[in-house]
Write a protein that binds this ligand. Sequence first.
Ligand SMILES: [Zn+2]
Length: 223
Amino acid sequence: MYLIKTPRVIQKLFPNFHWRVGQRQEQPTLYLTFDDGPIPHLTPWILEQLEQYRAKATFFCVGNNVRRYPDVLQQTLDAGHVVGNHTTHHLDGWKTDNVPYFHDVRHCAVQLKTTLFRPPYGRLKPSQAQFLQRHYQIVMWDVLSGDFDPELTPEDCYDNVVDNAGPGSIVVLHDSLKAEENVREILPRILEHYTSLGYAFASLTPEVLAGTAGVTKTRLKTA
Ligand SMILES: [Zn+2]
């Protein structure tokens, strides 16, 4: 069970996490994020699609994949995208003791030289959250495409995004074999749709994230 749109009440419960980005600039901006890569089978294709729209995105990488496919990581960085930490072994925080979890997170942070962190499955115990938010910018999301769900058609996933994502939304897609069919279908359409609405697509740099924690308190406009 998961929620496509993260309810404001949950966002407010964890005000130090980043759920969306406050929009100060005139052009509405969408923050696409891709979890679980890099993989040679799909990442280069995603990069090509983004390139066609001059879109920048954020890739939350699994350390083990980074180790196996350093060239694909380099290609992502060379294209001007931002990479973030998604643990070394895609660990579930709820099922992992704190010390091994923190080691796994730290290993990936060092490997990628990043302070951006997204917990796999969005799952952290309160004690893990408390510790990690002192050291990392914890990036959650505003909208899940559901692309990882075999029960959903590409049409469902596309609707999940366009019905819910608005200015400043952080949207989750997956750079994984499990999500491949949906992603290949919906990414070009999402890029086209939001471009036609005048949006820009930007990466979640530490600067963009600075000051966005607690942004839900300011009653931002939603789509
Ligand atoms: Zn993941």
